[in-house]
Design a protein around this ligand. Sequence first.
Ligand code: GP9
Ligand code: MN
Length: 630
Amino acid sequence: MDTRRRNLPLFLLASFIFGLKTYIVYRFLFQIEIDNALQEFIIFINPFIASIIFLGLSIWIERPERRLAFIKYSALIGTLIIYFNLLFYRSFTDFLTIPQLFQTSNFLDLSTSIITLIKIYDILLFLDVFIIWFLCKKVDVNDIKANSRRTKSFALVIFLLLLTGNFLLAEVERPQLLSRGFDREYLVKNIGIFYFHIYDVFVQSKMRSQRVLADDNDVLTISKYINDEVRNDKKSELFGVGKGRNVIFISAESVQSFVINNQLHGEDITPFLNSLINHEDTFYFENFYHQTSQGKTSDSEFLTENSLYPLSGGAVFFTHAQNDYHAMPEILKSENYESIVFHANTNTFWNRNQMYESFHIEQFYDKDFYDVTEVNEIGWGLKDKEFFTQTIPYLRELNQPFYAKLITITNHFPFELDEGDRSLEPYDSNSITLNNYFPTVRYTDEAIEQLFLQLKASGLYDNSIIIIMGDHDGISANHNKAMASYLGKEEITPYDYLQLQRVPLYIHIPGYGKGEIMSKIAGQIDLKPTILHLLGIDTSHDIYFGNDLFHDDRKGFIVQRNGNFISDDYIYTNNTCYDRKTGDIIAVEGEGREKETPCSPIKEKVNQELEYSDQIIYGDLFRFIQFEEN
Ligand code: GP9
Ligand code: MN
């Protein structure tokens, strides 16, 4: 009799039982949010595909006993992996990662409460293992023969197809899922827990090997560069004007500068932000650039807290959350400041829960601290107005001085807004994204206006510095055509596109009275020294790549993560050196063309600086430094 047929169904049967269990756990024991039918479909098929592939590896095992053992132990180990994740999840609403396994504090937390995390019905999660073991026991090993080459090749093709299909669907659901990292919940939702662990092992081991090769000599070269090329320790006129004040930092989702002082349908898009520019207590930076890459909001947070560059690929919040940093909250702590973040999204998004700990942020008021209902929710959290309203009571309770960061979300792609919240009609072009962007920006503008009133009413306003910063662009190059039509241009050139990477920066110091419009180029990298100096905190022992924006003597260029840059005189993008002010092309680099252009010497520094910043992150170099706080 043909015995191949007998063991083939066994692994398939086992896959089915194990897959079903996994699906039930995903769907009913983890609280994974499902937003659409495609996600529902992926989360349903993934457990079966994953089990078929893993248990299907048994096809390549020759010896029958070993083959059965493989199936039995895979089911057991797979179940244990799911179960440990479940226990961890019950405690932290998060999935296990390698760094967490080594973070002993987590496990201490867990071990004291482990009994409370185990539920009696958990035993049912092992039911499939019992069944699979029982089935394996029933099989007569003499009936099992080696699989033919044809069977193996056939299985290989099928497995590869299944795997690719699963990943393609995940990619459709969430483009750049693996390269950007996003959120662990998204990863698990789209590729399942087993591939997620493999992915995590891969990312972590790559990082660890780079870290091992680094040593403390690397730091010396970098600090020399910073002392020679970046830092200026002379105090600006504003050094210490905000001493002892609170810092309220509003990270304004996707707000770009092109909407400021601009109109649509004959109306100002951002009336409040426009009026704020002319306020005597405001410094408005009209040539301020975001410098983020794939990590978007998290990159902008990384830049502002550390004055280091994010990574060219992936999100540093995911890849290097375990590093030693010397972030603003840590420095502020030694000045008796408490640092807090408010953002009504889950705390695992962008791995904030882990990275914030490394930054010494003391408290993260995430979604759980807010009353989120069907009416006030939008996208990844609360509507901005509701978010600010619910944040005010928390702010009032804080010990002063504090550094509070409030991250808005309403003006996020795809720029949805309920009809009743809309006070500006959409634009009319072939890009729905750009069309809908204007009403949501207006909404955020109104929300910020409301926040100012609330801060005044709460008595917090006078003793604070209020900073408003656009986190990154909201309108990508895909919408260039519509953007050109809005701006009344024939096309968006690479020069225009780089100029569109400007985001607003406001530094509002109640009572200061001598605010100005600041025209010199500036970037997110500059915020750490700027804020610390305003508070009168010396940074001369620190390592960072930005400049105090109230200083005239600066390094003179702002770097984009892809190596493009803006300097006082030039803009470099698309291998072309432009005159910054006129946009005229000065020189094009490339074969057969000029090698040396006015941009070349700056380009060299730019690349050097990016490389140093990467070295700090990849080598985790700050672990070698004892930063002295004064
Ligand atoms: C999510 C929010 C938006 O919590 O910060 O992230 P983004 O997609 O802009 O990076
Ligand atoms: Mn963002």
